[in-house]
Design a protein around this ligand. Sequence first.
Ligand SMILES: C[S@@+](CC[C@H](N)C(=O)[O-])C[C@H]1O[C@@H](n2cnc3c(N)ncnc32)[C@H](O)[C@@H]1O
Length: 291
Amino acid sequence: MTEAGVAPENLEATEAWNGPLFDVWQGFQAVVVSNARAHGDAALEDHRPEPGDRVLDIGCGLGDSTVQLAELVGREGHAHGVDVAERMIAGAREEAARASVPNVSFEVADVQIAQFADTYDYAFARFGTMFFANPVAALRNVRAALRPGGRLNIVVWRRKLDNEWLHRAETIVAQFLERPEEYEEPTCGPGPFSMANADTVTDILKHAGFERLELKRQDLVIKVGDDLEHAVDLVMSIGPAGEVLRLWGDRAAEIRPEVRAALLEGMADMVRDDAVYAGSSTWSVRALAPG
Ligand SMILES: C[S@@+](CC[C@H](N)C(=O)[O-])C[C@H]1O[C@@H](n2cnc3c(N)ncnc32)[C@H](O)[C@@H]1O
């Protein structure tokens, strides 16, 4: 995608999602996508698109949710996945072709400034709305792409304290390293917890022009690794702890074994017989475009 297709303030997050974060997302796909799926399924359970609906999947990543939405709306409906990272969309297209899903399409675009060719009945996002530099502009753009009365359902992380695998890892890493003041690596913008606060996400959606807001809290135990080493690899790569380590890069090489040892000890109580599990918590935020 040309840089003209991305808002200047989203260029850095785009570089991150198309580069190091794509590698992490793909490398840990089995665990991160199945956890995302669990929260997405909970959000869709009692607020799903209707058969025949045209659906927009915001920040669709590798596109399994777009395929799921396409199946929910059936052959008369359609699901369109949008993501700013070319590599995510390339992966999503491959997966949908492999699964031979006919009523699905994908587009590389920055949702904040995209000009959608279609009008949608329903917009969904599974952890795809927290990285916009200007979330009000982005969600206003989504609202404009919905027909009057169109429905929105976005899944976002709730507060860190209720997502202990990420929060505990962040706390442990902070004993060794603070976020560096200078770094060359791109960051992912406001970050995964930018819509965690109920008042903040409500205000963003109201300012974006949505009505009839409802927040449903979803608490789920999720698998965060096949074993303790795997879970520690994950938190050292993703989320707030992963980001601090990534920003330090090679400058933290010497201290990494110590950090790793502390994480192995600090997360040991999350190990169960077959794998590593932790509590997690999201909002499914529902709203309507004015009718
Ligand atoms: C945490 S991932 C979630 C991916 C997917 N929804 C899932 O649940 O597996 C966040 C996604 O949002 C995308 N994203 C970030 N900023 C975006 C923007 N401005 N426009 C469109 N997509 C964006 C990223 O490229 C990334 O694929």
